[in-house]
Ligand binder design. Structure first.
Ligand SMILES: *Cc1c(COP(=O)(O)O)cnc(C)c1O
Length: 370
């Protein structure tokens, strides 16, 4: 029998979330970097056969998609690192982000690079990748003089998940004049800036190709329980359901402890269930005692520290809940359809993005509703 620890991936829900993300923007490149946020790069790409294109972090991810026969547009968000990467992009028809002078210097070396579709990235306040606003005009001019083909002006918002802030408006307002000015030179130039949070909460931003990531996986990009967070949780359909089973049950006496470090001492006679999942599977060790686990329509609570291959839950029956039907072999859900990954992430003081990306290869991905 196989280890019962599995991530069930509902591909129909990815397709539905993509349609929602596309909404009324002209086009949307599905962001499937980092193994499609842990969901499986090529399986997700194949499910999204109707997507306008894909965005990945690096060339290796793009080449993997081409090798698997993906023919849609692919954009590498980090652009090329060296000459060989730009050549590979040319050979495999991969769109590339241009964000740094060292890249421009490479592109100037060979007239064949004029065939590449480039996305010129401007930094609007993230201060991570991109040319500074004041440099943009000059960089565009150098590209024109070199005969390069700039398909899009792009930027990435630093605070689109903060709907009470005007920063995103300010950042877009800094980008827009560059776009309007460059349209005179590049009549088919498009603009691209929206990640999931911007798609969901900044509908007024002009965006020809949006770049939704986390929302495709059915998870809200917002941290806390703001109204927009609740709203997006109800709009999006969870894609990954992380499951395992109870592999042991036993009783401990009041005053005894459970788990490493004996951090959790029980104050009543307690029935403990052991679940076959731990940080070796990517379930966060930072999940504190009390973190919920879904089982037979009820919420169980984690007891003590999460270990590498297992974690413990309290399955003591009391007046509030009868848990006597929980036994070895009973299935549990760590997050997914019944337990929002955002809630678990909050308790672990992280974001659902990290929970998904952290799942290790030991967790079998099982695809349903292709
Ligand atoms: C990861 C990424 C996205 C997608 O962000 P989400 O918050 O997951 O929607 C979009 N654009 C760029 C440049 C990215 O790096």
């Amino acid at each position: 029998m196989a280890r019962p620890t599995q991530a069930i991936i509902n591909l129909q829900h990815i397709k539905d979330n993509y349609q929602l993300a596309k909404g009324n923007s002209t086009s949307a490149y599905a962001v499937i970097k980092a193994n499609a946020y842990g969901h499986g790069l090529t399986s997700v790409a194949k499910a999204l056969s109707g997507a306008d294109g894909f965005a990945v972090a690096c060339l290796e991810e793009a080449l993997q998609l081409r090798e698997q026969g993906i023919t849609q547009a692919i954009l590498v968000l980090g652009g090329g690192i060296d000459l060989s990467e730009w050549e590979a992009a040319l050979e495999h028809d991969i769109e590339m982000v241009l964000h740094h002078p060292h890249q421009l210097a490479t592109l100037k070396k060979d007239p064949r690079f004029s065939r590449l579709k480039l996305w010129l990235k401007v930094d609007t306040g993230m201060n991570r990748l991109g040319f500074r606003i004041a440099e943009a005009e000059n960089i565009f001019k150098q590209c024109r003089d070199t005969g390069l083909n700039i398909k899009a002006l792009m930027s990435h918002f630093a605070c689109a998940d903060d709907v009470d802030e005007t920063k995103t408006d300010d950042q877009f307002n800094a980008l827009k004049p560059i776009y309007e000015q460059q349209l005179l030179h590049w009549p088919s130039l498009i603009i691209s800036s929206n990640n999931s949070a911007a798609v969901l909460s900044w509908p007024k931003i002009i965006d020809h190709i949006s770049r939704p990531g986390i929302m495709l996986y059915g998870s809200s990009p917002y941290i806390s329980h703001s109204p927009i967070d609740q709203q997006s949780r109800s709009l999006l359909k969870p894609v990954m359901t992380l499951k395992s089973k109870i592999v042991s049950t036993h009783w401990v006496n009041s005053g005894e402890s459970v788990g490493y470090g004996a951090t959790q001492v029980v104050t009543r006679k307690t029935r403990v269930g052991i679940i076959a999942i731990g940080y070796g599977d990517g379930y966060p060790r930072s999940a504190p005692t009390g973190t919920p686990v879904w089982c037979n329509g009820k919420r169980l609570k984690i007891l003590g520290r999460v270990s590498m291959d297992m974690l413990c839950v309290d399955i003591t029956s009391d007046q509030q809940s009868d848990l006597t039907n929980i036994e070895v072999g009973t299935e549990v859900e760590l997050w997914g359809e019944n337990l929002c990954a955002n809630e678990i992430a909050d308790l672990c003081q992280t974001i659902s993005y990290e929970l998904f990306c952290q799942l290790t290869p030991r967790v079998k991905r099982v695809y349903i509703n292709p």
